[in-house]
Design a protein around this ligand. Sequence first.
Ligand SMILES: NC(=O)c1ccc[n+]([C@@H]2O[C@H](COP(=O)([O-])OP(=O)(O)OC[C@H]3O[C@@H](n4cnc5c(N)ncnc54)[C@H](O)[C@@H]3O)[C@@H](O)[C@H]2O)c1
Length: 387
Amino acid sequence: MVRRYSRIRRSLSIYTFGDSDHDGADVRRRAIIFGCDSIPNSSVNRKFMHTVLVTGGAGFIGSHLVHQLISRGDCRVVNLDKLTYAGNLEAVADVADDPNYTFVKADVCDVDRVADLLKRHHCSAVIHLAAETHVDRSIAGPGEFVRTNAQGTFGVVEAAKQYWSSLPAEQRDDYRVVHVSTDEVYGSLGDDGAFDESSPYRPNSPYSASKAASDHLVRAYHQTYGLPTIITHCGNNYGAWQFPEKLIPVVIRQAVACQPIPVYGDGTNVRDWIHVSDHCRALEQIWRHGRPGEVYDVGGGGERSNLDIVKTVCRSVDSLVGRSETSVDQIQFVRDRPGHDFRYAIRGQKIRRELGWEPEVKFQEGIRETVAWYLDHLDFLQTNPLA
Ligand SMILES: NC(=O)c1ccc[n+]([C@@H]2O[C@H](COP(=O)([O-])OP(=O)(O)OC[C@H]3O[C@@H](n4cnc5c(N)ncnc54)[C@H](O)[C@@H]3O)[C@@H](O)[C@H]2O)c1
């Protein structure tokens, strides 16, 4: 099962630019500017190396992004992660010995440390994912969300600005800071419509408010200092290594254990779901080709109600474990989350139009692979989220 997942993950992450001449020229131009090394055996015709600081690279999305960038052959990755309860070095264990990979345990709130790493590793880009991410935890304890997401993003942009300001002009032009944010900053939709890059900010939870605050800081660093930042907003990700406090792994765990499967309210809340590998491809495109100062919303076109998701996951579990009775019967509706946003949806036209990105993973296939992966990683699935 693991091998099957790895094969699919590799095939899902095949990088298609369509315009390889343009890309090659762009890579060469950046490489010359940053004085990068050559890679004799790169299978993707990349001749030079970028060094990308990925924050939160031991988390769910960050770990997939680290693998993807390393697999390109033209990237060194410095993975900065504090290893909170949500960080897991096992998720990046298979690149730990790669000469193009470095792990640093650090806190994004520590401006001097982040600035020192950028300088020491001659980073030409930062992709900032480190965050507190669980909405329920933000309701129980918002302080850590403000610290990590707002103050931590200040740490990243301030450190990035210090290092970027010290670079010669041509290196400054090619430097990028990609800030990974969420569609939740836009608040909640009714039955119709979709968010786009011009939607107003209306965050409703301490999590989304802290992410909105971080977006404003990133924007301000571009407007005030000219720091070449890009902000991204994505919907709900699913895939391997998502910490087992989030909806899909919780459903798998409860279904496997024949325990009640909790669903908030009446389960009609709608989210825009995307496979984590599609999100990571979007982040890479945005880093390489996105325009500084811009916002890109990343939409999977995968709107589904929570109840629909839960039933789909249950059926996958039933079929993979060969169960005759259905775990759908274990669903129990529980008191709704306070301030629970009803619906998120992303129009996602800009990234398709400007960068040619499209989601590739079919939902049913992606969910089945995800369930299969968790069934193969029961120890991780059974991590106590409250420990
Ligand atoms: N998961 C989603 O569906 C989703 C959707 C849209 C956007 N996002 C955004 O993507 C990013 C990554 O999300 P995820 O689901 O992978 O999160 P995650 O909770 O799985 O991982 C977060 C990582 O950040 C690290 N971290 C936390 N505080 C830190 C600090 N102070 N310094 C350094 N590292 C720290 C943790 O150790 C962990 O490895 C977040 O910014 C999140 O807001 C997530």
